[in-house]
Design a protein around this ligand. Structure first.
Ligand SMILES: CC(C)(COP(=O)(O)OP(=O)(O)OC[C@H]1O[C@@H](n2cnc3c(N)ncnc32)[C@H](O)[C@@H]1OP(=O)(O)O)[C@@H](O)C(=O)NCCC(=O)NCCS
Length: 182
């Protein structure tokens, strides 16, 4: 059964849940397309502008998302980014929990958070081309191809705010806290 809208929340990573987050893994064939939870946690900790959240289904951690927000004064935006862009830097859903709509709902939570903020107009994502590429995942969320970055990754983007004709998701009870790193 697919996740309903209210099922998925984004919660801070803290000392109580970090061990569970470190246990999250993708399928072996996907390991080449996304960094491990440990690497993402470590890199996000040292990257100004990184916003990291655990993806929860009810009280169960099922994934990890990291957004890069260049509005942080110390942030160094990637050259693919334009003013008003944020970057969905990392997204992983645990291998045991994929295919239930959780990834899609996690991105919706990110969109909800940033569409309330001034100065954010678009969200970008990148992924390596190939058989494991999450092309239809991002297409289903309204991301459109933008070309490639200097490492040959596919760049996709969509507006932060709802597009004409896009269904309005019901309000979320999830994390709506302000910017902050964990
Ligand atoms: C990509 C990922 C986050 C998707 O999470 P998920 O919870 O399994 O995805 P959902 O169940 O929300 O899928 C939503 C839709 O995307 C499609 N989809 C999901 N993963 C896909 C993939 N890897 N490739 C192509 N399509 C995919 C699903 O078939 C579904 O389509 P439908 O609505 O027509 O049925 C997950 O597979 C993952 O962690 N992959 C490894 C890391 C990765 O590629 N991250 C993204 C780039 S940083």
């Amino acid at each position: 059964m697919n996740a309903t809208h209210a099922d998925i929340e984004l919660r801070p990573v803290d000392r109580f849940n970090v061990d569970a987050i470190l246990q999250l893994t993708v399928a072996p064939r996907q390991a080449q397309v996304v960094a491990s939870a440990a690497v993402s946690l470590a890199q996000a900790h040292y990257e100004p502008g990184a916003w990291i959240r655990a993806v929860y289904q009810a009280d169960r951690p099922v994934g990890l998302v990291v957004v890069f927000d260049p509005r942080d004064p110390d942030a160094e935006p990637d050259p693919i980014m334009h003013p008003g862009d944020i970057l969905l830097w990392r997204l992983m859903i645990d291998r045991e929990c994929q295919g239930r709509g959780y990834g899609q709902q996690a991105v919706q939570r990110v969109l909800e958070r940033y569409r309330q903020e001034d100065g954010v107009e678009r969200i970008l994502a990148t992924y390596a081309p190939g058989p494991q590429a999450p092309k239809s995942f991002f297409a289903g969320l309204g991301f459109k191809p933008e070309g490639q970055d200097d490492e040959g990754e596919i760049v996709v983007a969509r507006p932060i705010r709802l597009r004409d004709g896009e269904p309005v998701p019901p309000a979320s009870s999830g994390d709506s806290g302000g910017p902050g790193r964990t």
